[in-house]
Design a protein around this ligand. Structure first.
Ligand code: HEC
Length: 263
């Protein structure tokens, strides 16, 4: 079995002494270089804050756990639980005491506000702790956001539906909860507070947990090196503003011009 990391000796001093200052330094470099510090990352080599030990996961098992616990934990926590429950068994250590319910607030696009899909908060939390490196976690979550936006979801289909049978799968073109669930509700003709919608989000949670397990396994296979599929901060660099690539979904035909963006 693959294993990296020795434990989680993350003292506050160690954290601030490393990542905190590095983040601050990169922030300053970003402000002055105007390219968001990407070019100056070379000088910020030591970004490790202590990775949690990892043993490769079985993505199917992760998906099943995430699916089955969705109805109690909802999207963010159930994804984290799908990833951490097997690690509690195989690794123990920090996974035993991490309260996965502590991010349940991220359901429904953060307490029902329809912003980012909570599954991505669950995945990002796991990725951050397991990779133990701010740049790797940034690159991996960026790729996961692209995957979420570009994939017809849910990918996961349970052997037996727990709440309801559903007919449709949809592509969100966005990691935004409101857009993602809205497009599916439109296709399915289902209201938000229904068994069908809950079933859909349970399956989306399983799909994202499964993809995250695959990504972490690939990262582990390559000895903790991660090759980004998409350029980190691609949307900011391309659009000149924190954004997704679906401007017209919200702005219709008249997308407002972005001050300072390249044409
Ligand atoms: C999730 C919905 C959503 C998406 C997607 C989105 N925007 Fe916006 N954007 C808004 C809202 C809401 C506002 C504020 C209200 C408004 O002015 O339309 C806004 C405001 C802006 C503004 C400020 C100027 C203004 O007229 O308020 C700019 C510039 C802008 N968006 C550009 C973009 C670009 C470029 C994209 C695609 C890369 C994009 N937006 C994608 C929802 C969105």
């Amino acid at each position: 079995m693959f294993e990296i990391g020795q434990g989680c000796e993350v003292s506050r001093r160690g954290f601030l002494g490393k990542s905190g200052l590095v983040v601050a330094a990169v922030g300053v470099a970003a402000a002055s270089s105007g390219v968001l510090g990407l070019a100056s990352r070379a000088e910020a080599k030591d970004t490790g804050y202590g990775k949690w030990p990892y043993k490769k996961l079985n993505p199917d098992e992760v998906a099943k756990i995430a699916y089955e616990n969705y109805f109690d934990l909802w999207c963010a926590s159930t994804v984290l639980g799908g990833l951490f429950t097997p690690l509690k068994q195989s690794v123990g250590g920090p996974y035993k005491s991490f309260p996965i319910e502590s991010i349940r607030w991220a359901h429904g696009g953060l307490a029902g506000w329809g912003t980012v899909c909570g599954t991505l908060v669950g995945s990002g939390t796991a990725i951050g702790l397991i990779t133990g490196d701010i740049d790797t976690a940034e690159a991996m979550t960026n790729d996961l956001m692209f995957y979420y936006a570009e994939t017809v979801l849910p990918v996961y289909t349970p052997a037996k539906a727990m709440k309801a049978e559903i007919k449709h799968k949809t592509k969100a073109d966005s990691p935004v909860c409101h857009i993602s669930v809205g497009k599916w509700m439109q296709a399915e003709g289902a209201a938000f507070l229904t068994a069908e919608r809950a079933e859909r989000c349970a399956r989306v949670s399983a799909s994202i947990a499964m993809k995250t397990a695959e990504m972490l396994n690939a990262w582990a296979d390559s000895g903790g090196k991660y090759t980004p599929v998409h350029k980190p901060l691609a949307n900011v660099l391309n659009n000149g503003i924190t954004s997704q690539n679906n401007c017209t979904d919200c702005h219709g035909v008249s997308v407002p011009p972005v001050p300072g963006a390249k044409k």
